[in-house]
Design a protein around this ligand. Sequence first.
Ligand SMILES: *[C@@H]1O[C@H](CO)[C@@H](O)[C@H](O)[C@H]1NC(C)=O
Ligand SMILES: *[C@@H]1O[C@H](CO)[C@@H](O)[C@H](O)[C@H]1NC(C)=O
Ligand SMILES: *[C@@H]1O[C@H](CO)[C@@H](O)[C@H](O)[C@H]1NC(C)=O
Ligand SMILES: *[C@@H]1O[C@H](CO)[C@@H](O)[C@H](O)[C@H]1NC(C)=O
Ligand SMILES: *[C@@H]1O[C@H](CO)[C@@H](O)[C@H](O)[C@H]1NC(C)=O
Ligand SMILES: *[C@@H]1O[C@H](CO)[C@@H](O)[C@H](O)[C@H]1NC(C)=O
Ligand SMILES: *[C@@H]1O[C@H](CO)[C@@H](O)[C@H](O)[C@H]1NC(C)=O
Ligand SMILES: *[C@@H]1O[C@H](CO)[C@@H](O)[C@H](O)[C@H]1NC(C)=O
Ligand SMILES: *[C@@H]1O[C@H](CO)[C@@H](O)[C@H](O)[C@H]1NC(C)=O
Ligand SMILES: *[C@@H]1O[C@H](CO)[C@@H](O)[C@H](O)[C@H]1NC(C)=O
Ligand SMILES: *[C@@H]1O[C@H](CO)[C@@H](O)[C@H](O)[C@H]1NC(C)=O
Ligand SMILES: *[C@@H]1O[C@H](CO)[C@@H](O)[C@H](O)[C@H]1NC(C)=O
Length: 806
Amino acid sequence: MIPSQSSSFSSIVVTLYFFFFFLFSFILHALASPKLQYCRHDQRDALLEFKHEFPMNLTHRWGDYDMRSWNKRSDCCSWKGLECDAEGQVISLFLFDVPFNNSLKPNSSLFKLQYLQNLTLFACNLHGEIPSSFGNLSHLTKLDLPYNELVGQVPASIGNLTQLRYLDLSYNNLSGKFSVSFANLTKLLSLYVNDNYFEPELLPDMSRFHNLEDFDVSGNSFVGPFPTSLFTIPSLQWVDLGRNHFKGHIGFGNISLSSRLHALSFAGNKFDGPIPESISKFLNLEILDFSNNSFSGPFPTSLLTIPSLQYVNLAENQFKGHLDFGNASSSSSLTILDLANNKFDGPIPESISKLFNLGELDLSNNKLEGAVPGCLWRLSSLRLSHNSFSRFGKPTAVLHQAHMHELRLDSNSFRGPFPQWICKYRSLRFLDMSNNGFIGSIPPCLGNSTESLQVLNLRNNNFSGILPDMFVNAASLMTLDVGRNQLEGKIPKSLINCKYIELLNLGSNKFEDNFPSWLGSLPSLKVLILRSNQFYGPLYHRHISIGFQKLRVIDVSCNYFTGTFPAFYFSKWPEMTATLNAEDDDTYMENFMNHTGYYRDSMEMVNKGVYTEFEKIRTDFIAIDLSGNRFCGKIPESIGLLKRLHLLNLSGNAFTSNIPQSLANLTTLEALDLSRNKLSGQIPRDLGILSFLSIMDFSHNNLEGPIPRGTQFQRQNCSSFMDNPKLYGLEEICGKTHVPNFTPQESEELSEPEEQVINWIAAAIAYGPGVFCGLVIGYIFVSHKQEWFVEKFSRNKPRIIIRSAR
Ligand SMILES: *[C@@H]1O[C@H](CO)[C@@H](O)[C@H](O)[C@H]1NC(C)=O
Ligand SMILES: *[C@@H]1O[C@H](CO)[C@@H](O)[C@H](O)[C@H]1NC(C)=O
Ligand SMILES: *[C@@H]1O[C@H](CO)[C@@H](O)[C@H](O)[C@H]1NC(C)=O
Ligand SMILES: *[C@@H]1O[C@H](CO)[C@@H](O)[C@H](O)[C@H]1NC(C)=O
Ligand SMILES: *[C@@H]1O[C@H](CO)[C@@H](O)[C@H](O)[C@H]1NC(C)=O
Ligand SMILES: *[C@@H]1O[C@H](CO)[C@@H](O)[C@H](O)[C@H]1NC(C)=O
Ligand SMILES: *[C@@H]1O[C@H](CO)[C@@H](O)[C@H](O)[C@H]1NC(C)=O
Ligand SMILES: *[C@@H]1O[C@H](CO)[C@@H](O)[C@H](O)[C@H]1NC(C)=O
Ligand SMILES: *[C@@H]1O[C@H](CO)[C@@H](O)[C@H](O)[C@H]1NC(C)=O
Ligand SMILES: *[C@@H]1O[C@H](CO)[C@@H](O)[C@H](O)[C@H]1NC(C)=O
Ligand SMILES: *[C@@H]1O[C@H](CO)[C@@H](O)[C@H](O)[C@H]1NC(C)=O
Ligand SMILES: *[C@@H]1O[C@H](CO)[C@@H](O)[C@H](O)[C@H]1NC(C)=O
């Protein structure tokens, strides 16, 4: 057909010919397409009625979903979320995040859409019960109602939906009995009823669901033994029984070898006993989560023979013995392995190098020891916290290509110098080497890794020398903790670049410097701890602005600071004087939680036979500790402006004159220590009205007059008023003998800091001559959430009070 002449005219003809050919065939095609079928009017009217059943104005855009197209002007088959068949009958309705905010009535026009095959109302804020009228939608193959607030029982009429293959009712508040609601839906391929409130019961005989592929009942309260019948279904692909009360041994005796199962979770139950070798029959398993049960026995090496496995989580069980990767398939796909919180011991065998694809390894909280194999330095996340590892194998990988972003070596027995290859990591975000025996200097090359660092924790080692000036690029740093080392010299000036730093702990070192007023310009700094160093000079300079816009906790105790404070001094601390800003409080400390991950839970605290009570630091915790210095002059009257202060320790200084009356304005104050100063005059009577004030100490001053009456005062220990020769009215307080409830042995133990247990931010409890030094703040991790605790000060028995949270 195509002419063979080569004139320009004929090429135009050819072009036009093709143009019309394509246009024509397009029109033909379009006419033949079922898409252009017009919506049946009864269907359209039912849909519009349905839309108007809800109180919300759905004529404008809501959330992620737009129902504006639902109007009479257009064909309903073209409305958003709809699909029609060739006869113009609605066969599919998909709505996501439309705020219906109402219940579905039994007479809802939705149930007039008789031809519906697929119905999805995902996160539509539906309330009330599921109406039994769903039984009318007899063509339904897919019913998808997750993330609503549906309550009550699943209506029996659902059992009439014989075509139903896919049922998702997850994330609602449904109750009733699973065995009644779903027993007859044996043709289902997918059943998701997770995160509801179904009654505690045994799962029924599941083998009748012969086509079941995906099954999720997690987050309910099912009980009983391992549901063996479930695993006889050959079509099974995805099973989640997590967060229920299943218990006992597991066994897969009769499963077919050709199982298609690729994901299996039993997490958060009470299964026990060993993992049977038969698990390796799941030849296509990719994801396995058995965490948080009571499984025991040796490391289940048979798992490693499954070449498709990518994710294995056995954390929080009772496994013990040596690790063994000898069985690992040479084609292993394992990428994430979590064995944390078990009782594994011995070394990590070199055979772990067989897991060539391994990216993340968590062995925290075991009893492992020996060297860390060199092949692990190429991982992206390595958590070895709370073991007894003592040394490092030589890196076997090209480290500058490594993408390690998380390295936790804390609370082990590492000795020796800083492992310099860490400097080669360029995407490191968390580096925790705290609570080890590292010695020598902190290498300046670490400055090459600081660009990405968010948390650098070197606390409680024996690092010495200066803290290198390595923070020029540390713009992401949020936490820098080098407390409890032997660092000396001045504070590195490059810290000024850490615009996001929230916590800076330099406590319990040998730093010798002026007060770093220049840190006052750091816009995010919330916690500053300089305690127990050799800082000197005044805190306040007339010509330097005070700054510290976000400061909430300052501990400069036990240094050589001197000088006086002007009366207005504290009025310049906006964060402490401001009234509570709820929004900000939500993110305070949560940041640390997010960026420091999780370590261990609070149960450990009682393990050493020491009963320590902690006070959880509320997110708005505010404290000032200036104790054990040489401050003098009057306590600034502006202290009364720190409306949100919880703890004030000015003891062991040389403050003179009267106790400011304005202290009585600190209505949130819980602990006040003014002891060991040269204060004179009377104790302000109004302090008695501070209802939260539970600990006070006025001892070793020149106070005079009567001890104010009132329960807050009467509750104090006699020693809180000692050595004030002109103070009177002590008989009432000191008459009552106030014997602490500790045996002598316990008291001794109590004076040992519990550092295995708590990640102290502040340094060891140091006893200067008669001065109990500083504020002790710790943080622990309770079920993956960081919680902060403060030790309420006391001199002889570091008594720490926990009030359980919320
Ligand atoms: C619903 O919203 C539209 C667009 O915002 C507005 O024009 C209409 O008046 C509203 N209707 C009602 C009943 O509030
Ligand atoms: C949903 O309804 C409840 C009361 O039934 C009401 O308090 C709430 O504000 C409504 N939500 C929206 C988004 O309108
Ligand atoms: C359900 O179907 C029955 C019989 O087919 C009918 O009488 C009833 O009105 C229908 N219910 C709804 C809500 O459409
Ligand atoms: C549905 O029933 C309620 C009473 O339960 C009634 O108020 C409402 O008008 C009915 N709606 C329709 C569409 O029939
Ligand atoms: C209904 O959903 C199933 C599974 O998601 C899908 O295969 C099918 O094509 C859908 N049918 C319609 C009519 O949308
Ligand atoms: C659903 O359960 C949650 C958690 O128990 C509860 O906060 C919520 O109020 C419940 N909603 C309804 C509609 O019952
Ligand atoms: C199921 O369907 C049958 C026949 O249509 C009907 O008689 C029965 O009432 C329905 N059951 C439920 C629970 O709706
Ligand atoms: C299940 O089906 C059987 C037989 O068809 C019937 O007797 C029984 O009532 C049904 N159970 C439920 C809960 O609908
Ligand atoms: C498993 O197989 C054994 C014998 O082969 C049989 O006795 C037992 O009933 C089977 N168990 C199940 C749950 O099918
Ligand atoms: C940082 O890395 C560069 C290039 O890799 C190197 O030349 C330099 O010495 C390193 N800096 C420090 C302080 O080690
Ligand atoms: C902490 O993480 C949670 C969940 O990942 C997130 O919702 C929250 O916004 C984060 N908070 C901060 C302060 O980054
Ligand atoms: C305490 O606060 C009140 C009201 O905020 C103020 O009037 C008073 O002067 C303050 N008292 C002292 C002693 O600062």
